[in-house]
Design a protein around this ligand. Structure first.
Ligand code: NAD
Length: 635
């Protein structure tokens, strides 16, 4: 199973972190999948609430996955980390503002990035082994992901104490400090989850809660308030006495990065005044943005995680040497780089700007996304930046969409764009192609660390222009969640049909029905003519009787009858006969590979092949009616 499992179960949207061997550390892709799920479920009527939980006993989520942050930052590339934090913080803000109940089940360690995907929820549940902490100062960062706001809201000066010492909270502490709301023993979580799935009613959480265990931190409140009330970290140190409590607290503060500790005191103070998640995240981002270039982040990770020597050489070696000016410099506004919590605008590569792809790309631009397009025919679309190769259109894109004539072309384009795409990006193929090509391209993308969705469409050129297409999608839940907001722009409906290839399977099965029903609808009109039955009468009966179908009711092949259709426009396509032939061929190819009996589908293919060869090329597929009208019974 993937690192994160996102699905709708009964009445809840459920997110399960699934990297137990890595203590469920949150990768960039996992954070983005959480955001995509929140976007999707915010207005999804089937989802009454969201529940996040995690596999394994040791940890809900021990923090952000810092390996790649370290690799890039230590090579002098600071932009990867900055984007990671920017995008993660936007997700944190969405979670904090999520309009439906958000339940978090937090066993074992919940730290740093793990706090950001849980503790901003509305119903936060802890159990007997829960341990929550914000230990970022230990690696040269500051409490982030909105954690400084949670710290600021903790009673008295607990925020300053927890943020600078990294002290772990047990279940009782977490509730006392405002990082959790409910204590429910772990053995009851399966029952709780089943009840929530069934009812979608958050009061079930209330009903199962038990009295919280004691909070050791609550009993230290008076010391914490007395010694952690200083204006700066150095004020706090100067106020300490020689008691055992102070000695221990000071030792914990001095174990961490001095610059981070000093900045944390300032951040918690600012968060208390701002008291608003997006403003607080912007303050935290000022530090994290500078943490590798001007701070100790790389050295902190090296000492704690990479070399594990626990002997960091901080740029400012002691707290006493950290000046107020240096703290101010780390927290100064970033100008154009300041964090803006706003809707994610995606960078989209679009390959194949033909009859369908052109208007689809245009609709994405109109919705505010940046689209870079490429078409071998040199097509340009207003508002779409033009790249000179498919690989250039795909470089650095969040999503690459392909809208191409067939599977062979899709495979060759995939060979070019997949190596150019950034890790974690999503390849969405909307062309109609064979199931085998769809699965091969999806496998190739997955092997390269990408997500993939096959999402052929129905609705034709009119639907592409009006943004009313229907998407039939195959791929993982996480990949679908990334692509779905774009389907919502280019279309009016998207059905997640299953794993990769399922979208193409749905498309060719649907179009086999369409091809066969169109032929028999045309045959019925041709027969009605010869029986002297008026076409309008025939329509009036069949469109409201058991002979009704989309071909009859919505796309009537008889001119002047039923709603306006290509038959009223001299059978100009619409949906060209040769495209219908292509889809019927794909259906037969799949039927042969799967050993499925489709005699009528096969005959429909043969009839469209004969039609395309005998004058049907370039005509709408409903022009089968005049074609049949000219034939006799035995032909
Ligand atoms: P189209 O021929 O108008 O567009 C295809 C575009 O792909 C062309 O502009 C072509 O130049 C470009 N192209 C070809 N090879 C390329 C390559 N190697 N790199 C970049 N660009 C390349 O076709 P369309 O009508 O837009 O259909 C596209 C897909 O959508 C097809 O798979 C079709 O079956 C499917 N479809 C079409 C309709 C419809 O009504 N037209 C409806 C549903 C699905």
């Amino acid at each position: 199973m993937a690192d994160i499992d996102i699905r709708i179960e009964g009445k809840i949207g459920r997110i399960t972190l699934n990297r137990p061997d890595a203590l469920n550390a949150l990768t960039y892709d996992m954070a983005m999948a959480v955001e995509a799920a929140l976007d999707e479920w915010e207005n999804e009527a089937r989802v009454a609430m969201v529940l996040i939980d995690a596999a394994g006993d040791k940890a809900f989520c021990a923090g952000g996955d810092i390996q790649q942050l370290y690799d890039t930052a230590s090579a002098g590339d600071y932009e990867y980390g900055r984007r990671f934090w920017r995008d993660e913080y936007r997700m944190n803000a969405k979670l904090a503002n999520f309009p439906k109940p958000f339940i978090a089940l937090m066993q074992g360690f919940t730290m740093g990035g793990g706090v950001g995907v849980s503790c901003h929820g509305s119903h936060r549940v802890v159990c007997e082994n829960s341990q929550i902490a914000m230990p970022e100062c230990g690696i040269g960062l500051v409490p982030d992901v909105g954690g400084s706001l949670l710290l600021a809201r903790a009673p008295g000066r607990l925020g300053e104490y927890l943020g600078t010492t990294g002290t772990r909270m047990n279940a009782g502490d977490a509730i006392y400090c405002g990082f959790a709301d409910y204590y429910i023993p772990r053995e009851n979580w399966t029952e709780l989850t089943a009840l929530l799935v069934k009812t979608g009613d958050w009061t079930q959480v209330d009903a199962m809660a038990q009295p919280a265990p004691d909070s050791p931190l609550a009993s230290q409140q008076s010391e914490i308030d007395a010694f952690f009330g200083g204006e700066t970290a150095n004020d706090i140190l100067r106020g300490m006495d020689s008691s055992e409590w102070c000695t221990k607290a000071e030792k914990a503060m001095r174990r961490s990065c001095p610059l981070s500790v000093a900045a944390t005191i300032e951040l918690v103070h600012r968060a208390r005044a701002l008291d608003q998640i997006d403003l607080v995240l912007a303050q935290e981002y000022r530090f994290t943005h500078r943490s590798a270039s001007d701070g100790d982040f790389v050295e902190g990770i090296r000492a704690a995680i990479i070399d594990k020597d626990r002997n960091p050489q901080w740029t400012i070696p002691t707290l006493e040497k950290v000046t107020d000016l240096k703290v101010t410099q780390m927290l100064m506004p970033l100008g154009a780089d300041e964090l803006k919590i706003e809707e994610k605008r995606m960078k989209i590569g679009f390959i194949g700007l033909g009859n369908m792809g052109g208007p689809m790309a245009r609709n994405l631009v109109d919705a505010g996304h940046t689209v870079v397009g490429f078409d071998v025919a040199g097509v340009t679309i207003e508002g779409v930046e033009t790249a000179t190769t498919a690989a250039l259109a795909a470089t650095d894109a969040d999503v690459v969409i392909t809208m191409l004539p067939n599977g062979a072309i899709l495979r060759s384009v995939a060979d070019e764009v997949i190596p150019a795409m950034r890790s974690g990006a999503c390849l969405v193929d909307c062309s109609t192609v064979d199931v085998e090509s769809a699965r091969a391209v999806s496998d190739q993308a997955n092997a390269a660390g990408l997500q993939a969705v096959d999402a052929p469409v129905s609705g034709g050129i009119g639907g592409a222009e009006a943004g009313t297409l229907t998407f039939m999608a195959g791929g993982t839940e996480a990949a679908f969640a990334v692509a779905n907001p774009l389907f919502g722009i280019m279309g009016q409906k998207a059905v997640h049909c299953g794993d990769s290839g399922a979208g193409q399977a749905a498309k060719i099965c649907n179009n086999m029905i369409l091809g066969a029903t169109m032929i028999v609808t045309c045959e019925a009109f041709a027969l009605a003519d010869k029986l002297g039955l008026d076409r309008q009468k025939m329509f009036d009966v069949a469109s409201t009787s058991s002979g009704s179908s989309w071909s009859m009711n919505a796309y009537c092949p008889a001119p002047g009858v039923g709603p306006t259709s290509p038959s009223d426009n001299d059978y100009k396509p619409g949906f060209a006969a040769e495209l219908m032939l292509k889809d019927l061929n794909l259906a037969q190819q799949a039927a042969e590979a799967a050993d499925a009996a489709t005699p009528l589908g096969q005959h429909a293919r043969d009839m469209y092949a004969a039609f395309v060869e005998n004058g049907g090329m370039g005509m709408d597929f409903s022009a089968m009616l005049p074609h049949l009208s000219n034939q006799k019974h035995d032909t």
